[in-house]
Design a protein around this ligand. Sequence first.
Ligand code: F6R
Length: 250
Amino acid sequence: MILEILDTYEKMSDRAAEIFKESVNRNPEIVLGLPTGSSPVGMYKRICDDYKRGELDLSQTTTFNLDEYIGLPPEHEQSYHHFMATHLFNCVNLRPENIHLPHASAEKKQVACEEYEQKIQKAGAIDLQILGIGRNGHIGFNEPGNPFESRTHVVKLHQETREANARFFDSLKEVPEYSITMGIKTIMRSKRILLLATGEKKAEAVKKTLYGPISPEFPASVLQLDPDCRILIDKAAGKSLEGDTRYLEA
Ligand code: F6R
């Protein structure tokens, strides 16, 4: 793993957007895996600005989102369809047919999961997968205990994940209980992985990701198996590393 510690959330977002832009400019037909949540908002804002300045062309690019809540229609304000439209899709020139999110409102969820997995394979694997991380180590919505062999599947969200995400809803009971997520195996098949973590609340999760035992009990620990996985954090998220510089880029 390669660790980069940036001073602030703003600097982390600059760096993430820079990696995004370089990757797309190098290969305009790139297949991207994308997260939602607070962590990538600054990155998406910068990507939109880069696009407006004419520094980015996403017309040949394909995207696959990590996850979507079950029980929220795509137009619901807290659905990840809506999040992505607001923060990225409506402000860049991605073609609608190249944008993919799990079809969580499908009647047959299992079929929707298999179809999503097949679409990713048909696109020839994800070239750059960007991730956030939950305090309990979840990546995508792969909660603790989820097998490393999992592909796209339906998951029951853990109570702490629902509590963490309740900040976006009027109350905890409105937070969906289930979602469809890419599996750990789907994520790990990506050619490159970039994880973003910010703020003191993520400090313990960052430490366990880098140095904890590799175990499904802490899903992000699987990233230790990918020597090229790049982890971008701000200083606050690095608080528990106590000067450990093993993975710091020279
Ligand atoms: C969202 C996702 C989740 C989030 C994680 C962190 O698509 O896959 O794993 O990345 O819950 O969320 P934030 O960034 O809001 O702390």
